[in-house]
Design a protein around this ligand. Structure first.
Ligand SMILES: [Mn+2]
Length: 229
């Protein structure tokens, strides 16, 4: 049977929906599951999501929320927590749920993951014309838009979606843009369909790029329209 890679959008602690999506994809031995990042914060159970992902042997890339928790933990371990920006309330709650082993698992998530030589997973996006290994980590976790003139932006409310401008050649699967929701472009697909906001959790099954989604059980938090993180 053909080996599949199942790429799953932003989970944000939505454990029930993640389990439902794994069932809906009819995951079988040999399938590889890759999360687009932002496993934690905002939603109901960050700890269960990390434990489930770890126990299932899932792979993933680092999202901005995963990174914020990892950075904060590393700084506070060195007594330098005060030097960092304050965590949001939901991130503080997530941090309290997570043990050092969970944070170590999140800290091991790479900024990008190559499914194969033509296909890559990243949380935010990629900058056109920059080699994969030279991409800026801050861009990879936060990119949403390209402004007139080409400046990169982390806001969903200005400019064009970066994926609309992306000319490949690599096909990119990404998350991080719940405001825009599902994005289907010739060389990219955006999988953050706002589960934590009460919409859906979406997977793309490779190689055929078939989409599977499950509904959120409810809205766990509200969208901040001006959200830049
Ligand atoms: Mn994000």
């Amino acid at each position: 049977m053909e080996e599949r890679t199942i790429v799953i959008g932003d989970v944000h602690g939505c454990i029930a929906e993640l389990e439902a999506l794994v069932r809906a994809c009819q995951v079988r031995p040999g399938d590889r599951i890759v999360l687009v990042g932002d496993l934690v914060a905002k939603g109901p159970d960050s700890r269960k999501v990390v434990e489930y992902a770890r126990d299932m042997g899932m792979l993933g890339v680092r999202g901005n929320h995963d990174e914020a928790l990892v950075r904060w933990k590393q700084a506070s371990d060195k007594g330098k927590g005060k030097d960092l920006p304050r965590l949001s309330r939901s991130s503080q709650e997530a941090l309290e749920q997570l043990k050092p082993s969970h944070l170590a698992w999140l800290a091991a998530l790479p900024y990008y993951f190559e499914v194969d030589k033509d296909t890559v997973v990243v949380h935010g996006g990629l900058e056109q014309g920059v080699k994969l290994e030279k991409q800026d980590p801050a861009v990879m976790v936060s990119l949403r838009s390209i402004l007139p003139g080409g400046k990169l932006s982390s806001r969903a409310t200005e400019g064009d979606p970066w994926a609309k401008k992306w000319k490949g050649p690599r096909f990119v699967l990404f998350g991080h843009d719940a405001i825009r929701g599902l994005q289907r472009e010739p060389f990219a697909v955006g999988l953050d369909t706002g589960c934590v906001y009460g919409r859906t959790l979406t997977a793309a099954i490779l190689p055929e790029r078939r989409l599977v989604e499950v509904p959120a059980r409810r809205a766990y938090t509200e969208v901040r329209r001006a959200e830049s993180a």
